[in-house]
Design a protein around this ligand. Structure first.
Ligand SMILES: Nc1nc2c(c(=O)[nH]1)N[C@@H](CN(C=O)c1ccc(C(=O)N[C@@H](CCC(=O)O)C(=O)O)cc1)CN2
Length: 280
């Protein structure tokens, strides 16, 4: 039987623990504050930002939600980030990705103070993560580690194969897994004999942005499968990168889409904001 890793339920538990921590902070006169900046009108991003705001309010974080027009220039965005970098009342800043094409994601990522970088995307934080001395974590990989730990899924000594090399998921996921003593392989669009490699995985993390691409043929029986994908199929239904029906009674564990990794991403964002406020 395949066990579904219930990220929605675990995220609820995480948020309820965070409520106690924000209450302690507030009793000391510290209001945890998160600035969420979205540029343009990407409909998926709007949903994620709304969910972030809702989660923040629930746990006692004050969320400042800024929706800028799609025509915003890079300089305008950088000036805004600088303003919040200087503001001691703000503990976390994030810019929702993707950004419109006139704005360079790398420049924006580097503009956010590493001390307020709740997404863990700043090169300084990425470097610390890869050196095994993390100060901040990208939220999706951190959420995945929490989800595996909650189900007592050991990663030390395991063969972990990560499909996808993005800065948001694939690369930081590899660093986190190495930090937890896993043996890690990253695959990508140029990888040869892909299925032969993914079939070696004890734990397969899939973040490729291709709906239902991963079938039974890619997965060793009994493997743990983590699906980070978020795609809409021909009928408009939300599906992962993994063909769910193929995994049932084939994988030992599977993260569902929706309700697996996604809610944990937002819960980890809240956790990191609280951690930053506690450090202030
Ligand atoms: N600045 C950032 N931008 C982006 C990030 C990020 O971590 N930081 N990650 C993704 C989007 N993302 C968070 O921002 C995100 C995606 C999905 C979910 C989620 O909860 N998904 C639900 C389904 C939602 C739906 O119905 O559409 C689920 O899986 O259950 C949360 C966060 C890219 N940009």
């Amino acid at each position: 039987m395949t066990v579904l890793l219930d990220g929605k339920k675990l995220a609820t538990t995480v948020r309820s623990k965070l409520k106690e921590r924000t209450a302690t902070l507030r009793a000391k006169g510290i209001i945890p504050r998160l600035v969420v900046i979205m540029v343009g009108d990407n409909s998926a991003s709007a949903v994620y930002v709304r969910n972030k705001k809702r989660a923040a309010t629930e746990v006692g974080i004050e969320a400042v939600d800024l929706h800028l027009p799609g025509t915003t220039s890079q300089d305008e965005l950088l000036a805004l980030i600088d303003q919040y970098n200087q503001d001691p009342k703000v503990h976390g800043i994030l810019v929702q990705l993707p950004l419109p094409q006139q704005i360079d994601e790398k420049v924006v990522t580097q503009a956010i103070s590493p001390l307020k970088d709740v997404d863990g995307f700043h090169p300084m934080n990425v470097g610390q993560l890869f050196m095994g001395t993390p100060q901040a974590f990208p939220c999706t990989p951190r959420g995945i580690m929490e989800l595996l730990a909650a189900y007592d899924i050991e990663v030390a000594g395991k063969n972990v194969v990560i499909m996808g090399r993005s800065n948001i998921v694939g690369r930081p996921m590899a660093a986190l897994m190495v930090n937890h003593d896993a043996t890690v392989t990253i695959t990508h669009s140029k990888t040869q004999n892909l299925a032969a490699i993914t079939r070696q995985a004890d734990i397969l993390v899939v973040a490729i942005g291709r709906g239902e691409f991963v079938t039974k043929d890619f997965v060793k029986p009994g493997a743990v499968v983590v699906d980070v994908g978020m795609n809409h199929n021909a009928e408009g239904k939300l599906v992962g990168d993994v063909k769910r029906d193929d995994m049932l009674d084939h994988a030992s564990y599977l993260t569902p889409v929706p309700g697996g990794v996604g809610p944990m991403t937002i819960a980890m964002l809240m956790q990191q904001t609280v951690e930053f406020a506690e450090r202030s």
